[in-house]
Write a protein that binds this ligand. Structure first.
Ligand SMILES: Nc1ncnc2c1ncn2[C@@H]1O[C@H](COP(=O)(O)OP(=O)(O)O)[C@@H](O)[C@H]1O
Ligand SMILES: [Mg+2]
Length: 374
């Protein structure tokens, strides 16, 4: 799929932007703090995903403005879609989302329409950061393939919030401990599905990562991903996801219930899962060099793009924020080979750091406004 038109105004420092992107490469060039990342973010939020820089919606509207909008036309193999996201500031700050002229309740519907993948310097946190970063990566990637996954994650989060609130009430004596079991049944129901989906996705991505990492490292290094479920052993996933799995998950929640009540948080289940990432048999998080960690993060994102492209007639749109210029020639070539069927938006302070074969539309950005170059 590719964006055929974009129009943005009042989003952070962006002013009066409208352009027709190149179906292949769009190179956004400008010094620091001019709005390069803002421009990617303004398009990205139309995918219904949380901001890739982890920012809050209320910060989207320009500090000195009252209203922002970001609109795109997006062509996929079937049709052209129009997506619009508008927001006003103030006590009644509201966002209004339109998909093909129809007002939406939230951004959920966009998730099925606009698929994109962002590469950002912070991707190294997938390797180096907390287990939550790795879980989020897998959950996001798996959700792109199966939007139902998002529903299970949302349900599970809601159940966990209720359960954790209840734990505190039980501790304070204002609620009966027996009610916990009701929540545990519901949590187990969602948790089992999430565990199986994570297991399936990690198995797939592991195969691809292994191959890609071998190539990017010149053939002598091995990258391995493994799902460390908090509830299941690897061999448990060979059995179908049924009653036995539910019972195992439920029992696990019951086992830690007493400790959970004392501490006010849940210590078992998918919120405690880990994804082990090893390079040449040792933890990449603890022992990986900077270069290895960077390559591993890159490979994981590229694997996500490959899985997605194989599944769908419509390859995702790729956003590369300050990533390319940082890579050596060999790695840049590798990345560009992997994303050659996709529309790409990349930012760089310095286009001369890019491979000469990366040619496309150049958008110069300064103070939140763009000028196009042929
Ligand atoms: N809500 C906002 N209102 C106005 N300006 C903002 C807002 N949020 C960020 N900015 C400005 O955006 C600029 C940073 O944009 P960014 O896209 O991160 O730059 P870069 O080109 O380095 O990627 C800064 O000048 C910052 O002050
Ligand atoms: Mg930036």
């Amino acid at each position: 799929m590719n964006i055929t038109y974009a129009e943005i105004d009042g989003f952070r420092n962006l002013k009066g932007i409208s352009f027709e992107p190149d179906p292949r490469y769009n190179i956004i060039v400008g010094p620091n703090a001019q709005g390069k990342t803002n421009l990617l973010e303004a398009m990205w939020i139309l995918s219904g995903c949380r901001s890739f820089r982890g920012s809050k919606e209320k910060d989207f509207v320009a500090l000195d403005g009252n209203r922002m909008y970001s609109r795109i036309r997006l062509r996929d193999s079937v049709r052209e879609h129009k997506i619009s996201y508008e927001m006003t500031k103030g006590s009644n700050a509201q966002k209004t989302v339109f998909l093909n002229g129809v007002k939406q309740k939230g951004t959920r519907a966009l998730f099925d329409v606009f698929k994109c993948i962002a590469f950002i310097p912070d991707d190294v946190d997938i390797i180096k950061g907390s287990p939550e970063k790795r879980r989020n990566f897998v959950d996001m990637a798996a959700s792109q393939l199966n939007p139902l996954f998002v529903v299970h994650i949302a349900k599970h989060n809601a159940i966990m919030n209720q359960r954790n609130a209840l734990l505190k009430e039980i501790m304070q004596g204002s609620a009966n401990g027996n009610i916990l079991e009701i929540w545990d049944r519901q949590a187990a129901h969602e948790g089992v599905l999430i565990s199986y989906m994570r297991s399936e996705y990690i198995t797939r991505i592991n195969e691809i990562c292994g191959r890609l990492y071998q190539t990017i490292s010149g053939g002598d290094e091995k990258l391995e991903l493994e799902y460390r479920s908090n509830v299941f052993r690897p061999e448990d996933f060979e059995k179908p996801c049924g009653e036995e799995a539910f019972e195992r998950y439920f029992r696990k929640l019951r086992e830690t219930a007493e400790y959970d009540i004392r501490t006010g948080s849940t210590h078992s289940g998918v919120n405690r899962d880990e994804i082990s990432i090893k390079i040449n048999g040792v933890s990449a998080r603890d022992f990986g060099s900077q270069g290895q960690v960077k390559s591993a993060a890159l490979v994981m994102k590229l694997a996500q793009a490959e899985i997605f492209t194989k599944r769908s007639k419509d390859p995702p749109v790729v956003f590369l924020d300050d990533v390319m210029g940082e890579l050596d020639e060999k790695r840049q070539k590798f990345v560009f080979d992997m994303i050659k069927s996709m529309q790409v938006f990349l930012t760089t302070p310095n286009e001369s750091a890019l491979l000469p074969e990366i040619k496309g539309k150049i958008l110069r950005i300064s103070g939140g406004s763009i000028t196009e170059e042929a």
